[in-house]
Design a protein around this ligand. Sequence first.
Ligand SMILES: Cc1ncc(COP(=O)(O)O)c(C=O)c1O
Length: 399
Amino acid sequence: MSDLYERALELDAADPLAGHRAAFALDEETVYLDGNSLGALPAHVPARMADVIGREWGQLRIRSWDESGWWTAPERIGDRIAPLAGAAAGQIVVGDSTSVNVFKAVVAATRLAGEGRDEILVDASTFPTDGYIAESAARMTGHRIVALDPADIPAAANERTALALVNHVDYRTGRLHDLPGTTAALHAAGALAVWDLCHSVGALPVGLDEHGVDLAVGCTYKYLNGGPGSPAFLYVAERHQDRFDSPLPGWTSHADPFGMDSGYRPAGGAVRGRVGTPDILSMLALEAALDVWDGVTVDAVRAKSLALTDLFLECVRAYVPEGRVTPITPERHAERGSQVGLACADAAAVMPELIRRGVVGDLRPGLLRFGFTPLYVGFADTERAARVLADVLAETPAS
Ligand SMILES: Cc1ncc(COP(=O)(O)O)c(C=O)c1O
């Protein structure tokens, strides 16, 4: 038994979150390190969905919009997500994809910023959809895109800046960007801060209210385990809600949606971020999935996440043949999200073999990506993943 394996067993034995793994439908043979792409299935969700489909839809049918709480699900589930993102109730609404919510947030932020501010700063390393949509929103609203390293955004913000759209954690490198400092610098320049939380919500403390974030978006199928294509969310800080002018003012965000007015009159609060009929099946699967957070604090998740990624990086250094992989994830805790990216020239050959041997990560061009979801990944799993990676690399000729 290696020292690192023994240490992993000790860490598992002392892990306060170890018991939560049983809440997920996972087999013992697989080390699932892809929860930063698609979270695992919470074990109780299928029974809840059988009830939603069989009884709420099958028997109650149209009555379920009221009697089963379907109509209010977007804001009700938003309030379940709120504590995980450090937001008070009434500011998050669930629905649509992250991409659509990026569009709403960017256009609405240009309207909140007002006249005379013609620049939108974007994170140059952003997940592509954010960049595509910000560019289109800029063309529609007569703004100019300035793409920057997120670390340079605070110094670049000026009197022409309407907003910055920034990823809290970089999807490739796992780098955690400075949300409090960047938000404060944007505000000092009179601009708004719009954050993409896809890779941070459910993995680490976000502190939306504490840090005065203006608008934020995030997905729910990664660390929130909502299921494939589960709806995303939009946060609009309470102080902006009265002036939040959605570019997609659909009927479900109307003050009186069943009045069928020809003129638009926005509802108050988070509801104003809604667009059309909510995708109830996905939404209720997400709502059920959020039960796994009962009794769990984000701080405990963060502490374990850092311990897991520390151990993984240490095992990779100890086991993997010299020169075959290069970690691109920051060593410093303050700069690290909940995933580890390893640059690897042979990534395309290595990942399928890793998956065949029960270690499931994912592949991006030239990159092996491993996500650590503290609610169901353990320390022995983490040591095993690095050991299997070392075996696979030792057997795969370097290209
Ligand atoms: C950081 C980030 N933003 C946006 C998206 C796109 O989300 P959606 O497909 O829900 O529009 C993703 C998807 O993985 C992402 O990782």
